[in-house]
Structures are given as structure tokens and as C-alpha cells.
Write a protein that binds this ligand. Structure first.
Ligand SMILES: *[C@@H]1O[C@H](CO)[C@@H](O)[C@H](O)[C@H]1NC(C)=O
Ligand SMILES: *[C@@H]1O[C@H](CO)[C@@H](O)[C@H](O)[C@H]1NC(C)=O
Ligand SMILES: *[C@@H]1O[C@H](CO)[C@@H](O)[C@H](O)[C@H]1NC(C)=O
Ligand SMILES: *[C@@H]1O[C@H](CO)[C@@H](O)[C@H](O)[C@H]1NC(C)=O
Ligand SMILES: *[C@@H]1O[C@H](CO)[C@@H](O)[C@H](O)[C@H]1NC(C)=O
Ligand SMILES: *[C@@H]1O[C@H](CO)[C@@H](O)[C@H](O)[C@H]1NC(C)=O
Ligand SMILES: *[C@@H]1O[C@H](CO)[C@@H](O)[C@H](O)[C@H]1NC(C)=O
Ligand SMILES: *[C@@H]1O[C@H](CO)[C@@H](O)[C@H](O)[C@H]1NC(C)=O
Length: 459
């Protein structure tokens, strides 16, 4: 503070200023301010006055007088008046926050209020001793972070790369409670403190959930054939990482010493890891039962699959309502990598609620085609009008018979509906082109494909 100036100011107040007679109104030439300034920084709160004349300018903080014109009335050396009559505070401290009024000593006094908020950028820190939290499936866990800063920061929680377990993007508050933890609820949970001052601050917890292996593979049958290239899948989630054991026809497969045509292919994808048994060039010896066992300290889980060259169960895809009285076009699909040779059709009529005729058996030769999804149709003749029939169909290839279809029912039309001549001559409803297009889709030779492709054929 410049004492000389203060002294002069004092003299002015006592002897000179009061001599002037002012006629113009005293008024503020600066706006009142709402200031947010960081701790440690400097601030100038403006108060310019027009036509002051013989009057005085005071600065007050709350009810304490800070200055009279250029004279500082407080012992705090961080305060000074610069120009006429701006209040400067250097190296701001928390206690400087408050309401500052600039007052002109006319009667009644004219005042201008200014608000100063002293801000501090956020800092945040986990409350718990360890950032690594290890829990068991279904447990509840409490995480807590504590933040400092002015104003008090808000804490937001996020999970890195994923949504929160409840499906939300964020959680709020210094405490985060996670209940009934599932295997995929682990990961890095971050607490982010923010108060709109400077940079946000963050800290984190790493949550690990221990649980017995979960096998996600749903497939139970893999239809294949000799020389095919296939993967027998086994997709597992486990924490800690599991030990995998493959068995074939009940005998443990030595993963360290696999035969030439086999390989264990481990593919990680987030929480899931596929421990596929890959076979390049299937041989007759490779067919049979496979089991994948995943084991860790929390438990073990087994999944069984059958690798077979036999045709799949036949899916009958024709309509239940027949168009004609004595003829019905039966349509079906089957998955078989080894081409089917023939089909066995069983048919019987329903006489009444309790009585059916004997099963009639017909052998249907398979149409020559390629690929592993086979679509075929067959015209059943000499049927009774308005009669319900039940059929069962089974496919055969050089390895044997596949599983029988589910029992399928159809009903013939009223008497008098006869098919137009061309349909009778050419009983195959689907064109050759359609079936060839479908055959190109046979990348994976599984029953699952059949259920995905079925709608394509039906449309
Ligand atoms: C505040 O003002 C003082 C004195 O003028 C100066 O030394 C200091 O560097 C200033 N601080 C900031 C953060 O500007
Ligand atoms: C973390 O600390 C809070 C508060 O002390 C406590 O309630 C909570 O159980 C702790 N969580 C873990 C995982 O240690
Ligand atoms: C904290 O959150 C509350 C409620 O959402 C909000 O009103 C307040 O302005 C926030 N404070 C800061 C410093 O962001
Ligand atoms: C494969 O498993 C089935 C059902 O568990 C069993 O009946 C069959 O004997 C097994 N075959 C071999 C070769 O282990
Ligand atoms: C496993 O069983 C299947 C079906 O019985 C058989 O075809 C295959 O040769 C058997 N393989 C071995 C290695 O036992
Ligand atoms: C009956 O005719 C319609 C129209 O041509 C055809 O879409 C349907 O598949 C036929 N039903 C049977 C069971 O053949
Ligand atoms: C079964 O076959 C017999 C003899 O060929 C025939 O008389 C009968 O009508 C057939 N039944 C059905 C349901 O096709
Ligand atoms: C079914 O038909 C048989 C032979 O015509 C008859 O004896 C029997 O009572 C019928 N049953 C019902 C439930 O109608």
C-alpha cells in the first residue's frame, strides 16, 4: 500500500473536497459483479464513481469496512485500492469469499453489491484402502470416493467401456452400491469429481467377480462329414480363468499332444473366451461324443456335443391345409453334409379321435444336389378328401438314418379339388434355381442354420 497516496487522500478529505459544491448526482459507472475466481489468483472488483464530488467511497465485506477512498482500513495486506476505486485482492483465500459492497457516502448511501466466490478445482480419491475389489457372484459391494474442491464437487460414476450394471450410463453420489453382481459386472469403475472449475478429477476401482464357469455354447449337435473343416465350440466365461478339458467318446483329449488334424483355438471376446476344438479334415474316427469341461476354484461346468455324419432331423415345411382332395405336396428340409440317399415316409390317416389307420411306409429317393441343406418335396397321392393324415419323415445317408421328424399333420381339401395337369406332371414345387441359391449358404454345417434359413424357404 502506498502510504503517500493514502496521506494525500486523507488531506483531501479533511480540507479540500468538502469545499466543492456538487450539483450533479453521484452514481456508479461500473456494473455490479458476480465473480468466481480460483484460490491463489488475483481479482479486481470494480467500483467506478461518477461525480463523486465531496463524498467518500467505502468498501465493505459483509459488515466490515475495508477501505475509505484509497485508504485500506483492514490489516490484511492482500487488499488494495487501485484507480478510483477498484478493490484488488491478491492471492485469494477461501475466507475472501462473500458479499462485497461499494458505498457512496451520500445520504441515504448508494450501494453496489458484488459477489465473490473462491473456487478450487476438484480432487477425488477412493475412500477404501484398495482399488482392487474381489467379490463372488451375487455379492453386494459398496464403493466410495471422496472429493474436495470449491464449490463441493459432484461425483459421477461410470464403468469403463460399458454401461453400469443397471443399464444406466452413469450413477451419482459419493457412494456406489452394486447389488447381486453378475459375472459380466466386473471391470473398472471410475468416480469423476466435477464442479465446473478447472479439469475434472477421477479415481477408480477395479472390480473382479469370481464365479464358476458359465458355458454359453448352446449347440449340441454338429453335422459334418469326412474331410470337412470344423470347429467344435466351447464359449466360456469364468473368473478366475478356467482350465479346459476336452473329452472325445469319454477319453480325455491331450491338448498338449493333439493329433495333426486338430488344434485348440482360443479366442477371447470380452468376458467370453472360445476354447474351440478345431478339426481340419474330419475323419471317421473324429465322430462321436465330445464334452468340454471348464473348471476353476469356484466350480466346474460341462457341455456335451455330438459330432455326427448322420442327417439332421427332417423339418417338414409344407402347409397344414392341403389344396386338393386326393393329392398333397409334402415339402421338407434337412441338413446333411454327407448327401442323403433316400427318405422314409410313414403316413397314416386319422379315422376319429381314438382310431387311426396302420402306418404306410414309402421310400423316396433323394434328389441329387450339392451343399449341406437339402430341400425336397414329394406328392402323396390317392388320399381321401377332408381327411387328416399324420406323417413322419426320416433321412438316410451312407452313415445311416438321421433322427425322425416330429409328427406332422395335414388335411386334404373337400371333394372336387383336383390339381391342374402341369402340377401333377411336375411334382417338385421349388425350382432348381431356388434350391441352388440356398445351397450356397451352407458355410456352417449345423442344425442351427436350418432354423435360421427356414423363413427364407417359406417366404
Ligand atoms: C497477483 O498479483 C501479485 C502482485 O501483483 C503478483 O506477484 C502475482 O503474480 C499475481 N498472481 C497471479 C496468479 O496473477
Ligand atoms: C469401502 O469403504 C466403505 C466405507 O468405509 C465401506 O462401506 C465399503 O464396504 C468398502 N468397500 C469395500 C469393497 O471394501
Ligand atoms: C451437483 O448436482 C446438483 C444436482 O444435480 C446440481 O444442482 C449442482 O449444481 C451440481 N453442482 C456442481 C458443482 O456441479
Ligand atoms: C455318446 O453319448 C450317448 C448319450 O450319452 C451315449 O448313449 C453313447 O453311448 C455315447 N457314445 C460314445 C461313443 O461314447
Ligand atoms: C467315437 O465314437 C464314434 C461313434 O460311435 C465313432 O464313430 C468314432 O470312431 C469313435 N472315435 C473314437 C476315437 O473313439
Ligand atoms: C396351396 O397353394 C398355395 C398357393 O399356390 C401354395 O402357396 C401352398 O403351398 C399350397 N399348399 C400345399 C400344402 O401345397
Ligand atoms: C396304405 O397302403 C394300402 C395298400 O397300399 C392302401 O390300401 C391304403 O389306402 C394306404 N393308406 C394310406 C393312409 O395311404
Ligand atoms: C371311432 O371309429 C370306430 C370304428 O368306426 C368306432 O368303433 C369308435 O366308436 C369311434 N370312436 C369315437 C370316439 O368316435
Amino acid at each position: 500500500m502506498d502510504l503517500t497516496v493514502s496521506f494525500k487522500t486523507l488531506l483531501c478529505i479533511l480540507y479540500c473536497c468538502s469545499c466543492f459544491v456538487t450539483t450533479l448526482a453521484q452514481e456508479f459507472d461500473s456494473e455490479s459483479q458476480d465473480l468466481r475466481v480460483m484460490r491463489g489468483h488475483n481479482v479486481t472488483i470494480n467500483c467506478r464513481v461518477r461525480n463523486l464530488g465531496a463524498y467518500n467511497v467505502f468498501w465493505l465485506k459483509d459488515t466490515t469496512v475495508l477501505s475509505l477512498n484509497h485508504l485500506i482500513m483492514t490489516s490484511n495486506a492482500r487488499f488494495s485500492i487501485i484507480g478510483r476505486y477498484n478493490l484488488q485482492i491478491i492471492n485469494l483465500q477461501d475466507e475472501d469469499e462473500g458479499k462485497y459492497q461499494c458505498q457512496i457516502s451520500v445520504s441515504p448511501a448508494k450501494v453496489q453489491f458484488n459477489y465473490l466466490m473462491v473456487t478450487v478445482p476438484p480432487a477425488v480419491k477412493i475412500v477404501n484402502k484398495s482399488r482392487n475389489v474381489e467379490v463372488t457372484l451375487h455379492d453386494t459391494v459398496h464403493l466410495q470416493c471422496s472429493a474436495t474442491g470449491r464449490p463441493q464437487p459432484n461425483i459421477t460414476w461410470v464403468r469403463q467401456d460399458k454401461k453400469m450394471p443397471n443399464g444406466e450410463d452413469y450413477a451419482y453420489g459419493d457412494k456406489l452400491t452394486l447389488t447381486d453382481l453378475q459375472y459380466n459386472h466386473g471391470g473398472m469403475y471410475k468416480c469423476i469429481a466435477s464442479n465446473d472449475v478447472g479439469e475434472d478429477a477421477e479415481d477408480f476401482f477395479r472390480v473382479k467377480i469370481y464365479y464358476p464357469p458359465i458355458i454359453h455354447t448352446a449347440e449340441t449337435v454338429i453335422i459334418t462329414g469326412p474331410n470337412e473343416e470344423i470347429s467344435i465350440p466351447c464359449v466360456v466365461s469364468a473368473q478366475p480363468a478356467p482350465k479346459i478339458e476336452w473329452r472325445h467318446n469319454g477319453t480325455k483329449v491331450s491338448l498338449r499332444n493333439l493329433p495333426q488334424n486338430k488344434e485348440l483355438k482360443v479366442l477371447e471376446d470380452g468376458f467370453k473366451t472360445d476354447y474351440s476344438l478345431y478339426i481340419k479334415g474330419v475323419t471317421d474316427m473324429d465322430f462321436g461324443n465330445y464334452s468340454c469341461m471348464a473348471k476353476n476354484i469356484k466350480g466346474k461346468t460341462v457341455h456335451n456335443l455330438v459330432l455326427t455324419p448322420l442327417p439332421s432331423k427332417v423339418e417338414i415345411v409344407s402347409d397344414i391345409e392341403g389344396n386338393y382332395s386326393s393329392v398333397y405336396d409334402l415339402k421338407w428340409m434337412v441338413v446333411s453334409v454327407v448327401r442323403p440317399s433316400n427318405y422314409r415316409l410313414l403316413i397314416r390317416s386319422i379315422i376319429n379321435e381314438t382310431l387311426t389307420s396302420e402306418w404306410n411306409q414309402t421310400d423316396i429317393p433323394a434328389e441329387p444336389d450339392t451343399g449341406s441343406i437339402h430341400a425336397q418335396s414329394y406328392t402323396i397321392r390317392d388320399l381321401q378328401p377332408e381327411t387328416m393324415y399324420e406323417v413322419i419323415l426320416q433321412a438316410h445317408n451312407s452313415y445311416g438314418w438321421g433322427e425322425s421328424s416330429d409328427l406332422f399333420m395335414f388335411e386334404t381339401n373337400k371333394a372336387g379339388f383336383t390339381p391342374p395337369t402341369p402340377t401333377v406332371r411336375n411334382p417338385h414345387i421349388h425350382s432348381r434355381d431356388d434350391s441352388n441359391a440356398a445351397m450356397k449358404l451352407t458355410a456352417a454345417h449345423s442344425l442351427f442354420l436350418l432354423s435360421f434359413l427356414l423363413p427364407l424357404f417359406l417366404s
